[in-house]
Design a protein around this ligand. Structure first.
Ligand SMILES: [Zn+2]
Length: 105
């Protein structure tokens, strides 16, 4: 019955970010049941970030994603590089960006 308390369960990596402090850990919600109100914490260095700043970053990623044309390859690759530095490799935004690019090749 404690399954849901593991922040990496249930595909939460799909919304995980990399820690901006140590650049090694994953930033995961302290309370995966309440990822919008609780802080997010690094799995390695205890660095914390508020859920609203995480959400702001994701919103800005989505805005960049929808604003970038797939045929603008240079801009697209720059965007993907930027995502890779900040988002977990399994993050849904990086994945949808790659899927979008593949569709238009
Ligand atoms: Zn960290």
């Amino acid at each position: 019955m404690f399954r849901c308390r593991d922040p990496t369960e249930l595909g939460s990596y799909m919304s995980a970010m990399k820690c901006s402090d140590c650049l090694k850990g994953d930033l995961l919600p302290v309370n995966p049941m309440d990822i919008r109100d609780e802080d997010w914490q690094c799995s390695q260095c205890q660095h914390r970030q508020s859920s609203s700043s995480v959400q702001d970053y994701i919103d800005s990623c989505e805005a960049i994603l929808y604003d970038t044309m797939e045929h603008d390859v240079k801009k697209y690759e720059k965007m993907l590089d930027e995502f890779r530095t900040r988002l977990h490799p399994r993050h849904y935004i990086g994945k949808s960006a790659i899927a979008q690019q593949l569709e238009h090749q």
